[in-house]
Design a protein around this ligand. Sequence first.
Ligand code: ADP
Ligand code: MG
Length: 227
Amino acid sequence: MPLLQAHNLFKTYRLGRVPVPVLRGVSLSVEKGEFLAVLGASGSGKSTLLHLLGGLDTPDAEPRGRIEFDGKDIAAGNLDGYRATSVGFVFQFYHLLPELTVLGNVLLAPMIARGPLGYLGSKAVAKAKATEVLAAVGLAHRLTHRPAELSGGERQRVAIARALMNDPPLLLADEPTGNLDRATGEKIMDELLAIRRARGLTMVVVTHDAEIAAKADRQIRLTDGRM
Ligand code: ADP
Ligand code: MG
């Protein structure tokens, strides 16, 4: 059973009046529970594809492609809800808010999913859960620190905790170890694999690291805008 399917995705950026075609008819299918690695040269459109799959950006309207999650077109439904609760996103450069503590960064996920009032009504539960998720990634002793006080690996663990806070069935990770030294990157990747096993997550990881890709169930490569 596929959890995520993309049909004929096109994405063209525009630099002034010059069209820059990046994706030119990408189709793929990710099974429930699968770990799929997406490879490709720098600039081949890996991040673009992942942003489309996560509902962070939309494909070209013409020709019209489609992304289905659990058999439903994500563009036809509530895209905010899809982003907030169906997908966890991990970026290469963490994208943490520097003013917030580790706990505060992770609590942004339920705040966005539930809205300010819904969040206030369940704040104690959310805090307890954030503390638990952060402990699971080895950061129980770092709750009140700010991102600037953490190492790269620790920052990425905060981002992973944030991505898991709303219990999404799908985790999308864009070069999650790309900004880390090899040993730390390997450790983070092994932790992600353990989390995936424990939660039965479906995972799509963009990487240009062959060793990381080798841990996946399946590898696909983006070349010239196609799979
Ligand atoms: P990858 O992640 O594989 O390195 P990207 O998806 O980031 O590739 O980018 C693919 C191509 O699209 C690159 O040539 C990049 O310069 C271009 N690109 C990405 N984002 C934009 C944008 N917002 N506007 C214009 N061009 C972009
Ligand atoms: Mg990229």
